[in-house]
Design a protein around this ligand. Structure first.
Ligand SMILES: [Zn+2]
Length: 344
């Protein structure tokens, strides 16, 4: 079968790899129907050291179960399923707490002999705990939105949940990438009244407005913070959702939050330290967030997707086949594409 490999910075290749087979009785083999490229895939794409051996990549996919191990209950060959961006048993103590990203028997895609999601098929470890059955056919128009449960919409939701966004809340979302826009949608879904989206790409902030943003701030840095304060009677918002991962974005988040408020971050941090000095202390700011346990949210979010109450799949603006994935990475890195969906 064909799959996507990364050989280093800017070097993505589609190659033939061995077809996946069951290794453990807890495995399933899934034929991928849709996958996508993540903003977080762009970090290795922009920085990975060159290597003679490519590494499998991709961690968001949905597909059809083609083969299933003897110890997997509740799923069957032919089921259409979505996989969260890490695999997990969904039974250990961390999983029971809704922290499947810390599963004692789980792991990531595209590492340690596990397939990546950007390929024609994937061997799924801990299939019973990992995969969630989708009650639609593989020709459903809902597939893009259902695919976002794998990562991007679940991550935006996690950001809003860990920030404690609730009915009538005021929220600033930093970043107009697919995660930021998903965070807008998630905050709106949880009842936020004022949602200020900080971003400067009009096509993206327009989608943000469609998702529920009440205000858009294009300015950055101190100027951006000033604009947020102007829009909030000088105070800032109670919740700030940081969906970028750069230090400058975190600095803006800490500047835009109201005293007593919460900053949640889900952008993969490209920095080691947070500047959390006296202002942070004197204003009683809470800092939270982290990697999203998507598996914990799929059942909760799916009904709204099936009902069409939310359409998170609108973040996909470019669609392509597997052979074009190297171009898809380039388009996303150049910000020509917001998020690329792949039909292998
Ligand atoms: Zn677990």
């Amino acid at each position: 079968m064909k799959a996507t490999l990364i050989y280093g910075k800017g070097d993505i290749r589609i190659e033939n790899v061995p077809d996946p087979e069951l290794k453990d009785p807890t495995d399933a083999v899934v034929r991928v129907v849709r996958s996508c490229i993540c903003g977080s895939d762009l970090w290795p794409y922009g920085s990975k050291e060159a290597s003679d051996e490519g590494a499998r990549i991709g961690h968001e996919f949905l597909g059809v179960i083609e083969d299933i191990g003897s110890e997997v209950d509740g799923l069957a060959k032919g089921d259409l399923v979505v996989a969260p961006f890490v695999w997990a048993d969904n039974t250990c103590d961390f999983c029971a707490e809704g922290l499947q990203t810390s599963c004692r028997h789980g792991g990531g895609w595209g590492m340690n002999g596990v397939d990546g999601g950007q390929g024609e098929a994937v061997r799924v470890p801990q299939a019973q705990g990992t995969l969630v059955k989708l009650p639609v056919g593989e020709d459903s128009a809902l597939l893009p939105s259902l695919l976002t449960l794998s990562d991007v919409f679940s991550t935006g939701h996690h950001c809003a949940v860990t920030a404690g966004v609730s009915e009538g809340d005021t929220v600033t979302v930093i970043g107009d990438g697919a995660v930021g826009l998903s965070a807008v949608l998630a905050a709106k879904r949880l009842g936020a009244e004022q949602i200020i989206l900080m971003g400067r790409h009009t096509a993206r902030t327009d989608l943000g407005r469609e998702f529920g943003a009440t205000d858009v701030v294009a300015e950055r840095g101190d100027e951006g913070i000033e604009k947020v304060r102007e829009l909030t009677g000088g105070d800032g918002t109670r919740k700030v959702l940081e969906c970028v991962g750069h230090e400058a974005a975190m600095d803006m988040a800490l500047g835009a939050v109201r005293s007593g408020g919460t900053v949640s971050r889900v952008g993969v941090p490209q920095y080691d330290k947070v500047t959390a000095g006296s202002q942070f202390f004197m204003n009683n700011i809470t800092l939270t967030g982290g990697v999203a346990p998507a598996r914990a949210y799929i059942e909760e979010l799916m009904p709204d997707v099936l009902d069409g109450k939310v359409e998170p799949g609108k973040v996909f603006d470019v669609s392509m086949g597997l052979d074009d994935v190297p171009t898809g990475y380039q388009q996303m890195a150049d910000r020509e594409a917001l998020k690329v969906i792949v039909t292998p």
